[in-house]
Design a protein around this ligand. Structure first.
Ligand SMILES: [Zn+2]
Ligand SMILES: [Zn+2]
Length: 273
């Protein structure tokens, strides 16, 4: 299986092991044409100004690594679902910094509103832990409905490029989420660490017109571009490869024009595209 790029990788700037340069070098070694650096949003500085400065610095490093290793790079972020009303931890203003935004639910990241600890986060954590311990599916339907609404709100209210590992931590109705993805042009992820739906669900989503992307979600450079688990999953599915964007062509994202202006002003126009 030949993929053009990997759009979800982590570095030392969140919980990954390697540097930006090492991830980019590994992507080039694996024969990819594109790679994205998408560290977790909750590892960034809390102060808004510092966060912006750091993002610009890391973006410049990502661009430089791309030039050094001769591969197209994207500087992105993995945002978190921060509540049930569509909140994420990347604002639309900040969004302009990133070439792409990957977003997902993480069991380790609590919601913004205190009361949603009790109405959203803790109940989900309970069902998640129980599922992991007993290996049985026990999440109540009402809970799944509420989670689905939360994720659909996130898709509708934000400019998200890729929905990361859908259904992995807190359970969702993936068909409902898929509808929202089609309507908003959000790409769903086939995550090499964990695919949390069945081949039949994948086939139904493809029939609905959902676009997918295969990502490694690597936390080590050696795993950048590693897609073996997705490859095994896809062997069980009947699908047309055109529904997976990095199987048919490189991922074409419009570059954030505003960002380029900010970076040019800060570092001189030579540093950026
Ligand atoms: Zn994630
Ligand atoms: Zn990730």
């Amino acid at each position: 299986m030949k993929v053009y790029g990997d759009y979800h990788t982590h570095t030392q700037n969140s919980d990954g092991k390697n540097t930006i340069d090492e991830n980019v070098a590994a992507a080039q070694k694996r024969g990819l044409q594109q790679v994205a650096i998408t560290d977790h949003a909750h590892y960034r500085p809390r102060n808004a100004q510092k966060r912006l400065e750091k993002a610009l610095l890391l973006k410049a490093q990502t661009i430089k690594a791309g030039k050094v290793h001769g591969i197209e790079t994207f500087y992105g972020v993995e945002a978190n679902v921060k509540g049930t009303h569509g909140e994420i931890d990347v604002s639309n203003d900040e969004r302009k910094i990133y070439d792409l935004v990957v977003c997902g639910i993480h069991a380790s990241v609590p919601p913004k509103r205190w009361y949603e600890w009790f109405t959203f986060y803790l109940p989900n954590l309970f069902w998640y832990c129980l599922r992991r311990m007993l290996h049985v599916e026990l999440t109540p339907k009402g809970r799944i409905r509420k989670n689905t609404r939360a994720v659909v709100n996130v898709i509708e209210k934000n400019n998200i490029d890729i929905l990361a590992h859908p259904n992995r931590y807190f359970r969702l109705d993936v068909m409902e989420v898929a509808k929202a993805c089609v309507a908003r042009g959000t790409v769903m992820e086939l995550n090499n660490k964990h695919i949390s739906f069945r081949p039949i669900d994948f086939e139904r989503m493809v029939a609905m017109g959902v676009k997918f992307v295969i990502d490694s979600d690597s936390h080590k450079a050696e795993n950048v571009g590693r897609m073996d688990r997705v490859e095994s999953f896809l062997k069980l599915c009947d699908y047309d490869s055109s529904c997976i964007i990095n199987l048919s062509q490189p991922f074409a994202r419009p570059k954030a024009a505003l960002l380029s202006q900010i970076v040019e002003a800060a570092h001189g126009s030579d540093e950026v595209r």
